[in-house]
Design a protein around this ligand. Sequence first.
Ligand code: SAM
Length: 190
Amino acid sequence: MALVYDPFVWLGEMAGMRRRRSTLLSGARGRVVEIGAGTGLNIAHYPDGIDELVLMEPEPAMRRRLARRLQRHARAARIIEAPAEHLPLTDESVDTVVSTLVLCTVDDPERALREIARVLRPGGQLLFVEHVRASSRFLAAWRSFAGGCHCNRPTVELMRACGFAVAADDGVWRGMPAIVHPLIVGRATR
Ligand SMILES: C[S@@+](CC[C@H](N)C(=O)[O-])C[C@H]1O[C@@H](n2cnc3c(N)ncnc32)[C@H](O)[C@@H]1O
């Protein structure tokens, strides 16, 4: 997946996802931790004023690409090998967690959200772009895509069940197959 990820999403990035990343991440502040950072498509969009950037990614091949992109952008950040379900961070130590197209991929989204809630400071925020269930019954029945993306998860409901207050807009991931069109974009706070 690491090999084909950037070419696979290229059209979707050009057709709006890049702009969406930029708008979302303009709200990042303080100590920022990104989960499932992948090949680093968010790196270019972090504002200069943040205090610290930590990029977490469990897959070695993704991490190698992430490190290369980080070098190209000459941005100060730490890359850490960790799944979202076990963040090697102390309680209430993070201001912003970023998750773009990750909660659909993690093995245990509820556990990941509880970890995010644990590490966020009171008033801290989770900034997210995530897949959600398609309204078409045919597409909604299609549960897994591109080697492990579960595009069918009730992510907003899970966030609320894990104690977050959620403000989310619906979006469409244009330039990509219909199964991954429906998105939610927003901010969840502890
Ligand atoms: C669809 S990609 C999204 C990558 C990147 N966030 C982006 O916006 O382009 C999903 C990423 O989640 C990572 N991932 C898979 N399981 C994970 C887990 N349990 N915890 C954190 N990240 C995970 C994958 O390795 C991959 O890099």
